[in-house]
Design a protein. Structure first.
Length: 207
């Protein structure tokens, strides 16, 4: 796991062990497999094979498939862990009343989560054409991100308007990844750039 990523560590460790010995061993094996998958992705392998995952987890390949029928089942478990870790950040009550201040607050939150989940988001983006679960999951995530953004924006800037779509793109993970990876910008510089793009769109909407 990435250093300092306490939310994710807590989410991985949150499931209480069963008092039943066989069930506890099964839970432990499942957790090892999920952690191995996430560690491999975090270390730079966007699509680790099930054989490699099993080896890193210290279990046999047959054991892996006893716990997870296919790779999508592992992705589902990963997704549940990531949601548990980072939903509280995104859904926390806003500290401001003004919509523009809330918009800046939402950018801060999105950027914090993007930075934390970047390896997993990049990995699953690459794999979604091969996975119906990932394809559907990305659509759900996209729809939720639009809905949350629309809940902050006034109606004339909703994401079904030209200016609203520009804000949606500026705040997207793809924009974050490009600035962080392709432009080699720092986290702070990336947040500042996203805020600047959004402020310029909002200003243009008034002209």
């Amino acid at each position: 796991m990435p250093k300092g990523n306490n939310a994710l560590v807590d989410a991985l460790q949150a499931e209480a062990p069963s008092s039943d010995g066989r069930r506890a061993r099964s839970q432990a094996s499942r957790s090892k497999i999920i952690k191995a998958m996430m560690d491999l992705i975090e270390s730079g392998d966007p699509d680790p094979s099930t054989a490699i995952v099993a080896k890193k987890a210290g279990v046999g390949l047959r054991s892996l498939f006893r716990h997870f029928e296919d790779k999508d089942a592992i992705y589902r478990e990963m997704d549940a862990i990531l949601i548990k870790a980072y939903r509280p950040i995104i859904e926390a009550p806003y500290q401001c009343d003004d919509w523009q201040d809330r918009l800046m607050e939402l950018i801060n939150r999105r950027c914090k989560v993007n930075e934390a989940i970047a390896p997993y988001r990049i990995s699953t983006t690459a794999m979604r054409r091969r996975s119906q679960f990932l394809k559907e999951n990305f659509q759900r995530l996209h729809d939720k991100e639009k809905a949350r953004l629309n809940s902050v924006l006034p109606s004339h800037l909703h994401t079904d308007t030209p200016h609203g779509r520009s804000i949606l793109v500026a705040m997207s993970f793809d924009t974050w990844r490009m600035l962080r990876e392709d432009e080699h910008m720092s986290v702070k510089a990336t947040i500042d750039a996203v805020k600047q793009m959004v402020r310029e769109v909002v200003a243009r909407s008034h002209s």
